[in-house]
Design a protein around this ligand. Structure first.
Ligand SMILES: Cc1cc2nc3c(=O)[nH]c(=O)nc-3n(C[C@H](O)[C@H](O)[C@H](O)COP(=O)(O)OP(=O)(O)OC[C@H]3O[C@@H](n4cnc5c(N)ncnc54)[C@H](O)[C@@H]3O)c2cc1C
Length: 380
């Protein structure tokens, strides 16, 4: 007899399943893909380098609780992520910093640096919107330059809409660093697994009270009628932790929540190194947004290397397998649609929604883990 059903085996589902199992609950974990790990699933290439099958994943968190929890299930090595952008034929640091400015605007960089330090005294970073809104014309021009070269093309590719239509919350997050710090993240803990993420999931799920069923769409077995969850045709009153798309759970009764998808194109290149950094963004050239070369994450050698090009594309749930809902579309209209589904979900006392799909929210891995820890506590 199952005490709890968990749908989805990304971090949200796997962490919740483990917590419930440790409290003595018998957990049935259903995952529709043929593997564990959700979007963190990775496999080794011929050089023993983990290749992230759903895009590059770097673990970073400020939460001691998340750090302590996840490191119980696998070894990690510290790793500080740095990203380059290929702009005007040069590789420059992203986020845009003083080095990027010197590379791309060599004549003006000296003056601009002094001006920025004076105008934004004491600040380590500003948003491109602040530059655009400055009362100094030179700073406004720098703002336009960064906006055009770093943001406009990348955004149009990423979201499939002109930058002018992108939610202002996205533009407000585009930073310009007032210094030479070229780290992509600033969290206290920044690391990569010593082996694979997949191994960490295997460790998380290695518990006698967890029964895992892969290649199983929970919605073929489960349905909601009159605020009651039915599993295999019978009412189920144990906890149901759902980490899949909330609109699917409710049969799209209020309409579909939109997502952006990605086509992942992997290539094995017969040279020791393809590019100067783990991730290079292509804001203005090519149809892909970025190339990841995995061996940089792990400081591994080998005479060949695996790279990944990411091509953004519309999400189409009726398309053949592989079209995956990756990014939620921010904005009030979609948030309102989500709230309708949430209203229905809140009427079902044994239903718990966790993760990026069920909560229709961009979550980093650490936030998904934290939510799973919180909700598992709430279940008890
Ligand atoms: C390209 C990309 C790069 C990213 N990089 C980073 C990064 O560097 N660092 C970081 O912290 N975060 C990163 N993230 C975010 C990270 O992927 C998420 O935080 C993480 O996936 C959230 O885990 P989750 O369990 O909520 O979702 P998922 O990993 O998507 O897991 C949900 C699972 O539910 C399954 N499922 C759905 N419906 C059903 C159903 N009906 N029946 C059974 N199973 C079902 C799905 O198949 C999936 O496996 C990135 C995201 C993307 C898209």
């Amino acid at each position: 007899m199952t005490d709890a059903i968990v749908v989805g085996c990304g971090f949200a589902g796997a962490v919740a399943a483990r917590q419930l199992a440790e409290k003595g609950k018998k957990v049935l974990l259903l995952e529709k893909r043929p593997h564990v790990g959700g979007n963190m699933f990775d496999v080794l290439d011929e050089n023993g380098v983990p290749v992230h099958m759903y895009g590059p994943h770097i673990f970073h968190t400020n939460s001691l609780r998340v750090y302590e929890h996840i490191t119980k299930f696998g070894e990690f090595e510290s790793y500080e992520h740095r990203v380059l952008g290929f702009i005007d034929g040069k590789f420059v640091p992203i986020p845009f910093n003083f080095k990027s400015m010197e590379e791309l605007l060599p004549q003006e960089a000296d003056g601009l640096r002094k001006l920025l330090l004076q105008k934004f005294e004491g600040r380590e970073r500003v948003s491109v919107m602040e530059l655009l809104g400055s009362d100094d014309e030179k700073i406004r021009r720098l703002g336009s330059f960064v906006y055009e070269k770093v943001f406009v093309g990348y955004t149009a590719k990423q979201w499939g809409i002109p930058a002018s239509q992108v939610d202002s919350s996205v533009i407000n997050r585009v930073p310009v660093v007032l210094g030479y710090d070229d780290r992509y993240f600033h969290d206290t803990y920044q690391m990569m697994p010593r082996g694979t993420y997949t191994r960490i999931f295997e460790n998380l799920l290695n518990h006698e009270k967890i029964e895992l069923k892969l290649s199983t769409d929970a919605l073929d077995l489960m349905e909601i009628r009159d605020r009651q969850i039915y599993f295999e045709g019978r009412p189920f009153d144990g906890a149901v932790v759902f980490t899949g798309p909330i609109d699917e759970l409710f049969g799209f009764k209020y309409g579909s929540l939109p997502y952006r998808s990605l086509h992942m194109e992997f290539e094995r290149v017969p040279i020791p190194q393809f590019q100067p950094a783990a991730v290079v963004n292509y804001p203005n050239d090519n149809e892909f947004t970025r190339i990841t070369e995995f061996k940089h994450f792990y400081k591994k050698g080998g005479s060949s290397t695996t790279i990944l090009r990411e091509y953004p594309m519309p999400y189409d749930r009726s398309a053949p397998k592989g079209n995956i809902p990756y990014y939620v579309f921010p904005g009030e209209k979609n948030a309102e649609l989500y709230r309708k589904y949430l209203g229905d979900a809140e009427g079902i006392k044994n239903l718990f929604l966790i993760g990026r799909l069920a909560e229709y929210k961009y979550y980093n891995m650490d936030a998904a883990i934290e939510r799973a820890l919180e909700e598992a506590e709430r279940i008890f």
